[in-house]
Ligand binder design. Structure first.
Ligand SMILES: [Zn+2]
Length: 58
């Protein structure tokens, strides 16, 4: 069993799950990134991000 961290941003009024950064590999090699407001876990001035740790069964 593996614990994975899923990131969400609430900037658009509802929780949007973030992509895990592959599209932005050059600047954000590992982190999630909100394509709407540009927030990342390291740069989130609006505090719009939250995360949930979920277990992946397989
Ligand atoms: Zn956002």
């Amino acid at each position: 069993m593996e614990l994975i961290r899923r990131w969400f941003c609430r900037c658009s009024g509802s929780l949007r799950e973030l992509e895990n950064g592959q599209m932005f590999a050059e600047e954000e090699p590992d982190g999630p990134f909100c394509p709407v407001c540009g927030a990342t876990p390291e740069n989130d001035p609006k505090k719009g991000l939250c995360y949930r740790d979920v277990r992946r069964e397989d």
